[in-house]
Design a protein around this ligand. Structure first.
Ligand code: DX5
Ligand code: ZN
Length: 225
Protein backbone atom coordinates (compact mmCIF):
# COMPACT_ATOMS: atom_id res chain seq x y z
CA UNK A 1 0.00 0.00 0.00
CA UNK A 2 1.33 3.50 -0.77
CA UNK A 3 2.34 5.53 2.25
CA UNK A 4 1.56 9.21 2.43
CA UNK A 5 4.74 11.10 1.63
CA UNK A 6 4.53 14.34 3.56
CA UNK A 7 2.42 15.37 6.53
CA UNK A 8 -0.36 17.74 5.55
CA UNK A 9 -0.09 21.41 6.34
CA UNK A 10 -2.02 22.16 9.55
CA UNK A 11 -5.01 24.41 9.15
CA UNK A 12 -7.16 26.25 11.70
CA UNK A 13 -10.70 26.92 10.47
CA UNK A 14 -12.44 29.34 12.87
CA UNK A 15 -16.18 28.81 13.21
CA UNK A 16 -18.09 32.02 12.65
CA UNK A 17 -20.91 30.51 14.73
CA UNK A 18 -19.07 31.90 17.77
CA UNK A 19 -18.85 35.44 16.38
CA UNK A 20 -21.42 38.17 17.04
CA UNK A 21 -24.30 37.30 14.68
CA UNK A 22 -25.34 40.94 14.48
CA UNK A 23 -21.90 41.66 12.99
CA UNK A 24 -20.74 38.54 11.17
CA UNK A 25 -18.70 40.63 8.73
CA UNK A 26 -16.57 41.81 11.64
CA UNK A 27 -15.99 38.20 12.66
CA UNK A 28 -14.81 37.47 9.14
CA UNK A 29 -12.45 40.45 9.35
CA UNK A 30 -10.93 39.12 12.58
CA UNK A 31 -10.16 35.82 10.84
CA UNK A 32 -8.67 37.58 7.84
CA UNK A 33 -6.59 39.97 9.92
CA UNK A 34 -5.06 36.98 11.70
CA UNK A 35 -3.75 35.85 8.31
CA UNK A 36 -5.88 32.70 8.32
CA UNK A 37 -7.14 31.22 5.08
CA UNK A 38 -10.14 29.09 6.12
CA UNK A 39 -13.51 30.04 7.62
CA UNK A 40 -15.88 27.40 9.02
CA UNK A 41 -19.59 28.00 8.41
CA UNK A 42 -22.03 25.95 10.51
CA UNK A 43 -25.39 25.44 8.82
CA UNK A 44 -28.10 23.95 11.07
CA UNK A 45 -31.65 23.07 10.06
CA UNK A 46 -33.50 22.49 13.35
CA UNK A 47 -34.14 18.93 12.18
CA UNK A 48 -30.91 16.94 11.93
CA UNK A 49 -29.71 19.08 14.85
CA UNK A 50 -31.80 20.85 17.51
CA UNK A 51 -30.78 24.36 16.51
CA UNK A 52 -31.09 26.73 13.54
CA UNK A 53 -28.16 28.91 12.48
CA UNK A 54 -28.13 30.57 9.06
CA UNK A 55 -28.46 29.66 5.41
CA UNK A 56 -27.05 30.33 1.94
CA UNK A 57 -28.08 34.00 2.03
CA UNK A 58 -25.69 34.69 4.90
CA UNK A 59 -22.93 32.68 3.21
CA UNK A 60 -23.43 34.78 0.07
CA UNK A 61 -23.34 38.02 2.06
CA UNK A 62 -20.08 36.98 3.72
CA UNK A 63 -18.66 35.98 0.35
CA UNK A 64 -19.47 39.44 -0.96
CA UNK A 65 -17.11 40.82 1.72
CA UNK A 66 -14.24 38.50 0.87
CA UNK A 67 -13.28 36.49 -2.14
CA UNK A 68 -10.11 34.87 -0.86
CA UNK A 69 -11.02 32.98 2.32
CA UNK A 70 -11.72 29.28 1.81
CA UNK A 71 -15.33 28.74 2.91
CA UNK A 72 -15.45 25.45 4.80
CA UNK A 73 -19.20 24.83 4.91
CA UNK A 74 -20.53 22.26 7.37
CA UNK A 75 -24.09 21.25 6.49
CA UNK A 76 -25.92 19.83 9.52
CA UNK A 77 -29.02 19.13 7.48
CA UNK A 78 -31.36 16.15 7.27
CA UNK A 79 -31.50 16.60 3.47
CA UNK A 80 -28.23 18.25 2.42
CA UNK A 81 -28.78 16.89 -1.10
CA UNK A 82 -31.52 19.50 -1.55
CA UNK A 83 -29.13 22.38 -0.82
CA UNK A 84 -25.69 21.69 -2.27
CA UNK A 85 -26.29 23.80 -5.39
CA UNK A 86 -27.48 26.72 -3.27
CA UNK A 87 -24.39 26.65 -1.07
CA UNK A 88 -22.13 26.25 -4.09
CA UNK A 89 -23.73 29.30 -5.71
CA UNK A 90 -23.46 31.22 -2.42
CA UNK A 91 -19.69 30.82 -2.45
CA UNK A 92 -18.83 27.66 -0.50
CA UNK A 93 -15.46 26.11 -1.43
CA UNK A 94 -15.86 22.90 0.57
CA UNK A 95 -19.28 21.41 1.28
CA UNK A 96 -19.37 18.82 4.06
CA UNK A 97 -22.42 16.62 4.58
CA UNK A 98 -23.18 14.17 7.38
CA UNK A 99 -23.17 10.40 6.98
CA UNK A 100 -26.03 9.79 9.48
CA UNK A 101 -29.18 10.99 7.66
CA UNK A 102 -30.86 8.97 4.93
CA UNK A 103 -30.30 10.50 1.47
CA UNK A 104 -28.28 9.51 -1.63
CA UNK A 105 -24.86 10.19 -0.12
CA UNK A 106 -22.43 9.01 -2.80
CA UNK A 107 -24.45 10.82 -5.45
CA UNK A 108 -24.51 14.01 -3.35
CA UNK A 109 -20.72 13.90 -2.88
CA UNK A 110 -20.26 13.45 -6.61
CA UNK A 111 -22.62 16.34 -7.30
CA UNK A 112 -20.60 18.61 -5.00
CA UNK A 113 -17.44 17.78 -6.94
CA UNK A 114 -19.22 18.19 -10.27
CA UNK A 115 -20.05 21.73 -9.13
CA UNK A 116 -16.30 22.33 -8.89
CA UNK A 117 -16.28 22.29 -5.08
CA UNK A 118 -14.47 20.12 -2.57
CA UNK A 119 -16.60 17.48 -0.85
CA UNK A 120 -16.47 16.46 2.81
CA UNK A 121 -18.20 13.82 4.90
CA UNK A 122 -18.81 14.19 8.63
CA UNK A 123 -19.60 11.79 11.42
CA UNK A 124 -21.05 12.29 14.89
CA UNK A 125 -19.17 11.21 18.03
CA UNK A 126 -21.10 7.92 18.24
CA UNK A 127 -20.76 6.99 14.55
CA UNK A 128 -17.87 4.59 13.83
CA UNK A 129 -15.17 5.38 11.27
CA UNK A 130 -16.27 2.31 9.29
CA UNK A 131 -19.49 4.14 8.31
CA UNK A 132 -17.33 6.25 5.99
CA UNK A 133 -15.70 3.36 4.13
CA UNK A 134 -18.04 3.51 1.11
CA UNK A 135 -17.34 7.23 0.64
CA UNK A 136 -13.61 7.71 1.17
CA UNK A 137 -12.83 7.79 -2.54
CA UNK A 138 -15.41 10.54 -3.08
CA UNK A 139 -14.15 13.08 -0.52
CA UNK A 140 -11.50 15.74 0.04
CA UNK A 141 -12.05 15.89 3.81
CA UNK A 142 -13.42 13.85 6.69
CA UNK A 143 -14.93 15.90 9.53
CA UNK A 144 -14.84 14.19 12.91
CA UNK A 145 -17.33 15.74 15.33
CA UNK A 146 -15.92 15.91 18.85
CA UNK A 147 -19.24 17.17 20.25
CA UNK A 148 -22.80 16.29 19.27
CA UNK A 149 -23.53 18.94 16.66
CA UNK A 150 -26.01 21.74 17.25
CA UNK A 151 -24.27 24.19 19.54
CA UNK A 152 -20.95 25.91 20.00
CA UNK A 153 -19.19 26.03 23.35
CA UNK A 154 -19.58 22.34 24.27
CA UNK A 155 -17.01 20.14 25.98
CA UNK A 156 -14.65 18.09 23.82
CA UNK A 157 -15.48 14.36 23.83
CA UNK A 158 -12.09 12.63 24.16
CA UNK A 159 -13.59 9.26 23.17
CA UNK A 160 -13.27 10.37 19.53
CA UNK A 161 -9.44 10.40 19.66
CA UNK A 162 -9.08 6.67 18.77
CA UNK A 163 -11.41 7.28 15.81
CA UNK A 164 -9.09 10.02 14.54
CA UNK A 165 -6.22 7.53 14.84
CA UNK A 166 -8.24 4.94 12.90
CA UNK A 167 -8.96 7.44 10.13
CA UNK A 168 -5.29 8.47 9.95
CA UNK A 169 -4.34 4.79 9.63
CA UNK A 170 -6.99 4.21 6.95
CA UNK A 171 -5.66 7.18 5.05
CA UNK A 172 -2.09 5.84 5.16
CA UNK A 173 -3.19 2.36 4.14
CA UNK A 174 -5.30 3.58 1.24
CA UNK A 175 -2.90 6.30 0.11
CA UNK A 176 -5.73 8.81 0.51
CA UNK A 177 -5.17 12.53 0.54
CA UNK A 178 -8.34 13.70 2.29
CA UNK A 179 -7.92 16.00 5.24
CA UNK A 180 -8.94 14.96 8.75
CA UNK A 181 -10.76 17.83 10.42
CA UNK A 182 -11.97 17.91 14.04
CA UNK A 183 -14.85 20.10 15.18
CA UNK A 184 -16.19 20.85 18.65
CA UNK A 185 -14.55 21.88 21.91
CA UNK A 186 -11.16 22.44 20.30
CA UNK A 187 -9.03 24.66 22.55
CA UNK A 188 -5.40 25.04 23.65
CA UNK A 189 -5.60 21.78 25.60
CA UNK A 190 -7.52 19.60 23.17
CA UNK A 191 -5.95 20.86 19.92
CA UNK A 192 -2.57 19.17 20.57
CA UNK A 193 -4.37 15.91 21.38
CA UNK A 194 -6.23 16.04 18.04
CA UNK A 195 -3.00 16.74 16.13
CA UNK A 196 -1.21 13.92 17.94
CA UNK A 197 -4.01 11.54 16.95
CA UNK A 198 -3.56 12.45 13.28
CA UNK A 199 -5.82 15.45 12.61
CA UNK A 200 -4.49 18.15 10.26
CA UNK A 201 -7.41 20.59 10.25
CA UNK A 202 -9.02 22.01 13.39
CA UNK A 203 -12.24 23.96 13.78
CA UNK A 204 -12.48 26.31 16.74
CA UNK A 205 -15.30 28.73 17.48
CA UNK A 206 -15.45 29.73 21.13
CA UNK A 207 -11.75 29.21 21.86
CA UNK A 208 -10.67 31.20 18.79
CA UNK A 209 -12.96 34.20 19.21
CA UNK A 210 -12.30 34.35 22.98
CA UNK A 211 -8.54 33.82 22.76
CA UNK A 212 -6.76 36.81 24.30
CA UNK A 213 -3.65 35.96 22.26
CA UNK A 214 -4.94 34.76 18.88
CA UNK A 215 -1.46 34.47 17.36
CA UNK A 216 -0.50 32.01 20.07
CA UNK A 217 -3.75 30.07 19.72
CA UNK A 218 -3.11 29.75 15.99
CA UNK A 219 0.40 28.42 16.62
CA UNK A 220 -0.97 25.83 19.04
CA UNK A 221 -3.53 24.69 16.45
CA UNK A 222 -0.78 24.38 13.85
CA UNK A 223 1.33 22.28 16.20
CA UNK A 224 4.04 24.94 16.30
CA UNK A 225 4.14 25.28 20.12
C1 DX5 B 1 -21.23 22.35 16.37
C2 DX5 B 1 -20.48 23.03 15.26
C3 DX5 B 1 -19.10 23.47 15.60
C4 DX5 B 1 -19.03 24.41 16.72
C5 DX5 B 1 -17.62 24.56 17.22
O1 DX5 B 1 -22.47 21.95 15.93
O2 DX5 B 1 -20.35 22.17 14.16
O3 DX5 B 1 -18.44 24.03 14.48
O4 DX5 B 1 -19.55 25.65 16.38
O5 DX5 B 1 -17.72 25.42 18.27
P1 DX5 B 1 -16.78 25.40 19.53
O6 DX5 B 1 -15.40 25.59 19.02
O7 DX5 B 1 -17.30 26.56 20.30
O8 DX5 B 1 -16.97 24.08 20.21
ZN1 ZN C 1 -18.96 22.71 12.34
Amino acid sequence: MPEQEEPMKKILSPSILAADHAALGEGLNVVRECGLTWLHLDIMDGNFVPNISFGPGVVKALRSRDDSLFFDTHLMLARPDAYVEKFAEAGADLITVHVEPDYPKAETLRRIRALGKQAGISLNPDTPAEALLPFLDEVDLVLVMSVFPGFGGQKFIADVLPKIETLARLRRERGGNWRIEVDGGVDETTAPRCLAAGADTLVAGTAFFNAPDKARFIRVCRGEV
